[in-house]
Design a protein around this ligand. Structure first.
Ligand code: SF4
Length: 386
């Protein structure tokens, strides 16, 4: 594990809840001081998880991390620096909402170690932003990018969404053009997903809008992807596009099987052998940390689960995985199994095998889930083949 660990810190506060959101977050910042104290304590108590390794990346996600003040971050970085070696950290990301990125806020955090910012822009259409229940408008999204650059933060990522209620091809095209105009080096593109429990899900159930059809969604996905690629972005992961040298290093650890430590409510950790996660409740988190009995759920990853994880994560990347790795990491049984399952998908043009490197064909990017599922280990499939 020489590449080091990623450190993820979950900041569970938002000003208001977006209509589509199912991330763990609370409205308002009540309990912030005690939460930050608990986070510092968890930084200390979980140091052994990384087993003497260095940190390679730090990611403040949420929730809305840009709701924390520069002083909150100063104290958090002091806690991190006390417990961990961050001398070789190459990427330190702050997730931010556009309306928080005032010149004063950016100035206040300019002396802190952040070197990357990920802005939740989602759309450049006021109508679509209202449908998503976002707090900002289109001009605030554009201004946020300009202000980050003025503050010297050039490693900027934005989130862009498609499949938004009432979004049509014309408004999607105008979103793409605006995205290209602001020339950010990294773009994450997500399809709106209707999560049970979200406000949009309720609206959809009550027939207030119709979900985009699969055919339309696929068309929109490739409209975005083709134009970003033509503009020189590297489509290095199903949902992610980067200018050369600007791939997301922290997020890439999730796709490449590198270990990470997640702290704060609902945060997940992975060390290659087990995956564990904190309770998705600020109250349970605070009580657990204060009483030194935080109950985390944990799952051991056996060979077959690890194989499924490789398929699920690496097939999302433009690099895929090699048959040599497959044999080395999982042995002949899973190697044979994988190639057997892959054969019809290759014949159907959904998977490619180039010199022993297996990856998704570009045309399969939108339907990656079904290709990935087809390669998953399922001992029932063996019986059915016999
Ligand atoms: S800002 Fe992000 S985490 Fe907060 S409610 Fe909106 S989508 Fe969810």
């Amino acid at each position: 594990m020489s590449e080091g660990f990623g450190l993820y810190l979950h900041i569970p506060f938002c000003k208001s809840k977006c209509a589509y959101c199912d991330f763990y977050s609370l409205c308002g910042t009540e309990g912030k001081t005690v939460f930050l104290d608990c986070l510092s304590k968890e930084l200390g108590s979980e140091k052994q998880y990384i087993d003497g390794n260095q940190l390679s990346t730090i990611y403040f996600g949420g929730g809305t991390p840009s709701l924390l003040s520069a002083n909150d971050y100063k104290l958090l970085f002091e806690s991190i620096g006390r417990e961990y070696d961050i001398g070789r950290c190459t990427e330190i990301t702050l997730e931010a909402n556009p309306d928080d990125l005032s010149p004063a806020y950016l100035k206040s955090i300019s002396g802190l170690p952040f070197n990357r910012i990920s802005i939740g822009i989602q759309s450049f259409s006021d109508r679509e932003l209202r449908a998503l229940g976002r707090r900002h408008d289109a001009s605030q999204g554009i201004e946020a990018v300009v202000r980050c650059r003025e503050a010297g933060l050039n490693n900027i990522s934005i989130d862009l969404m498609f499949g938004i209620p009432e979004q049509n091809e014309l408004s999607l095209q105008s979103n793409i053009e605006q995205t290209l105009k602001i020339e950010v080096p990294h773009i994450s593109v997500y399809m709106l997903s209707l999560e049970p429990g979200s406000l949009l899900y309720k609206d959809w159930q009550q027939g207030r809008f119709t979900e985009i059809s699969d055919e339309e969604a696929e068309k929109h996905y490739f409209l975005i992807s083709d134009q970003l690629k033509q503009a020189g972005y590297d489509h290095y992961e199903i949902s992610n596009f980067a200018r050369p040298g600007f791939r997301a290093i922290h997020n890439a650890s999730y796709w490449s099987g590198r270990p990470y430590l997640g702290l704060g409510p609902s945060a997940h950790s992975f060390n290659g052998r087990t995956r564990r996660w904190n309770p998705a409740s600020l109250e349970a988190y605070i009580q657990g940390i204060q009483n030194r009995n935080l109950i985390r759920e944990e799952e051991s990853l056996d060979l077959y689960t690890r194989y499924n994880e490789l398929i699920m994560t690496r097939l999302r990347t433009s690099e895929g995985f090699t048959t040599d790795e497959l044999l080395f990491l999982y042995g002949p049984e899973l190697y044979d199994y994988c190639l057997e399952q892959a054969r019809p998908l290759m014949a159907g043009g959904m998977l490619e095998n180039t010199d022993g490197r297996i990856k998704l064909a570009y045309r399969a990017y939108f339907v990656s889930d079904s290709v990935i599922r087809a390669l998953f280990w399922d001992d029932g499939k063996l019986d059915r083949c016999k």
